[in-house]
Design a protein. Structure first.
Length: 345
């Protein structure tokens, strides 16, 4: 296996220039032509960066800790997967990796405390919330991270009354899918929210009730349910609800998984989508494109949010101390699962 000096000698540049490029592939301090030569030499000499030696030499590990306040596996949630994909793809452009920190505690605060104890050496952090966090727990978790006096960014956490870097996703807390259905002429709607508990869910629930009340559609308030992002629970709810409400024209689900489960439940009862019932999901995941019919959905721009969080954190690690709260807005992705009733009248 070759050394950094071997790479520099072969390319005909200084070891420092090789190091600059390998630590930051987007650097402008090395020409594109030289970058190609370095890549060829690295492959030829089977060279790899020793992150531990680099950490000792530069006081930078080039690693970012992911703080997710749950003892459950990180990759079970479709939203978390998209956020992490965005973070990883952007950080890799800067030559950074991510570290997942284990924890066995039960409470949100204890999990973060345990993760922080195991994260010594990280250059910075991205801290999440989960559907199980209360606002008080979120605030305490952020304080605990802040006490380390290292750069960090919050993601999937509502706006906090603190001077901190935050990536905000407003549509997490507002029923954009319901607004869209109403714009298409639907007034008899079943709503499937996510988790029964949790601060984010409660904000969304309150905003859903407020929207229906303001529009004079209070009957729909009695058709709000919590599917907990689970397919089986969603199917059960839809089967029971449609049995009691024969005038329903649309179903709004706060995840694509629940929306596809709703499609299956409707088909079981003999309904056609969207001819008889329209269905909208949320998140624009891969399964939305594979549904039959393909699923209209609210794209929360999770991957972009993750990439923006990574960029903001990288700026902070470099010493750029501008505190920012950046909002990432949603997009409606129209496919084939929603019927426009207004065009019929």
């Amino acid at each position: 296996m070759g050394t950094l000096k071997d790479i520099a000698t072969e390319v005909g540049i200084s070891p420092a220039s090789v190091s600059i490029y390998l630590n930051n592939k987007t650097t402008n301090r090395v020409s594109d032509n030289t970058k190609k030569k370095i890549d060829i030499a690295v492959k030829k000499n089977n060279y790899s960066v020793n992150i531990f030696a680099r950490s000792l030499a530069t006081s930078k590990s080039k690693l970012v800790g992911i703080l997710l306040p749950t003892a459950e596996p990180f990759f079970l949630n479709e939203y978390t997967n998209e956020l992490l994909s965005g973070i990883q793809s952007k950080l890799s452009e800067y030559g950074y990796g991510i570290v997942f920190l284990p924890a066995s505690s039960s409470s949100s605060v204890e999990v973060i405390e345990e993760q922080l104890k195991r994260s010594v050496g990280c250059d910075g952090y991205v801290i999440f919330s989960t559907g199980f966090c209360s606002k008080k727990q979120m605030e305490e978790n952020v304080r605990n991270v802040g006490n380390l006096e290292l750069p960090y960014v919050t993601l999937n956490i509502p706006r906090l009354d603190s001077d901190i870097n935050q990536i905000l996703i407003p549509a997490i807390h507002y029923p954009k899918g319901i607004e869209y259905l109403i714009s298409k002429g639907h007034t008899k709607i079943i709503t499937l929210l996510g988790r029964t508990n949790g601060y984010n869910s409660q904000i969304l629930y309150d905003n859903t009730i407020k929207l229906y009340s303001e529009l004079g559609l209070k009957d729909n308030i009695n058709r709000i349910f919590f599917g907990n992002y689970e397919a089986f629970a969603t199917q059960t709810i839809i089967l029971e609800s449609l049995g009691k409400n024969s005038d329903i024209t649309a179903i709004c689900c706060m995840s694509d998984i629940m929306a596809i489960a709703a499609i299956n439940a409707c088909k079981t009862l003999g309904y056609k989508i969207p001819e008889d019932i329209s269905i909208i999901g949320r998140n624009n995941s891969q399964v939305a494109k594979l549904a039959n019919p393909t699923l209209t959905t609210v794209d929360l721009m999770m991957r972009q949010s993750g990439r923006t969080a990574a960029s903001l954190l990288h700026e902070s690690i470099k010493g750029e101390e501008t505190i920012q709260q950046i909002c990432i807005n949603e997009k409606i992705i129209e496919r084939n699962s929603v019927k426009d009733l207004k065009n019929e009248s």
